[in-house]
Design a protein around this ligand. Structure first.
Ligand SMILES: [Zn+2]
Length: 337
């Protein structure tokens, strides 16, 4: 203990000496009192997060630092209790208590949470992008537990509950090919986004048509069984989903087409001007091409340039930028969970 006290005294003496030296130097030159505050920085117990991704339910510490710059350009950092950290515009999504951040469990991927550290006249903002770890949202039977969330991952390994029907289905407001009432529905957010997408396409000179949106578990069951009866199980599995495993049951997927492919679902749609425009712009409205070409082994589906999945603008854009499928994107989860 005595040793520690002694060391501290020596350190404080050194600081005093170095400060006085520094002050006398600066007084003689341009009166800048070095060190100067360069900026406010952040540090975290889990590195300051690769890609700044964090998962719902995750807890980590965050500290703000004052970054100092010496006259010779060298940089050092100090912690200071007077730096305040506050949550900005995202209080619904996380809590902050004594430098410990807890992201709430029900936050969906694509939400951006931001923190602001302030010290005297300096401030710095740090943002995190929420990215779910799908392994935390599935039960032991392979049934997803986050089926109501827009970022829910449904595929051949992950199914929806048999009785799940979204409670906000609406009739779509864009031209469609089929008259069947059920498939002309989407969840409200996806329907609104589809309207915007189709409008923007029209402005750009392309006419799109909706073909098949929401499908109930029982509709998917008959589709799949018909496909098996017609083409055999192997073929059916490639092109169709077993009941519970179709994204169409989420109410967030829509198959689209155009007259250039006779309003059908052909993979040649991807090479039409409409298909190319959709592939390049869908993310701006919150959609991704869910089953891209060359990713059949990962998604479990053949190329489907017509199948759009709604994820919200932030998440769809982030996935689009990475060029990954939903499966790959969520697997590349750097979170600690
Ligand atoms: Zn589809």
């Amino acid at each position: 203990m005595k040793k520690i006290v002694l060391v501290m005294i020596i350190i404080s003496l050194l600081i005093t000496v170095s400060c006085s030296t520094r002050n006398s130097e600066t007084d003689n030159t341009n009166k800048t009192p070095y060190p100067i505050i360069e900026k406010i920085g952040f540090s975290s117990d889990t590195e300051v997060k690769k890609g700044n991704y964090v998962a719902p339910g995750e807890t980590f510490t965050i500290r703000a630092l004052i970054v100092l710059k010496e006259k010779d350009g060298s940089i050092s950092t100090v912690e200071d209790d007077d730096i305040s950290i506050e949550i900005i515009n995202s209080a619904d999504y996380l809590s902050l208590k004594e430098n410990i951040i807890t992201v709430k469990e029900d936050v969906t991927s694509g939400v951006i949470i931001s923190l602001k550290a302030t010290y005297e006249s300096h401030s710095e903002t740090l943002s995190y992008f929420i990215k779910k770890n799908p392994d935390n949202h599935i039960d032991s039977d392979g049934i997803v537990t986050d089926y109501e969330q827009t970022d829910c991952l449904v595929n051949k390994e992950r199914s929806l509950p048999q009785d799940y029907v979204p409670d906000d289905l609406v009739h779509i407001e864009v031209p469609s090919v089929l008259t069947n009432l059920e498939v002309n529905q989407l969840r409200k957010s996806a329907s609104d986004a589809l309207t915007d997408l189709f409008e923007e396409a029209r402005t750009a000179g392309y006419t799109l048509k909706a073909r098949s949106g929401y499908r109930s578990y029982s509709t998917q069951k008959s589709l799949f069984n018909n496909s098996v009866a017609r083409n055999g199980l192997e073929h059916a599995k490639k092109y169709s989903a077993p009941p519970g495993h179709s994204e169409h049951q989420t109410g967030l997927a829509m198959d689209i087409t155009s007259e250039s492919v006779n309003n059908q679902l052909y993979d040649s749609f991807g090479a039409t001007p409409e298909g190319i425009w959709v592939a390049e712009n869908a993310h701006l409205f919150g959609f991704i091409i869910r089953y891209p070409e060359g990713k059949e082994d990962i998604t479990g589906y053949e190329y489907e340039p017509w199948h759009l999945r709604y994820l919200g603008i932030e998440l769809a854009t982030d996935i689009y930028k990475t060029g990954l499928t939903m499966e790959e994107y969520f697997r590349e989860n750097p979170s600690i969970q």
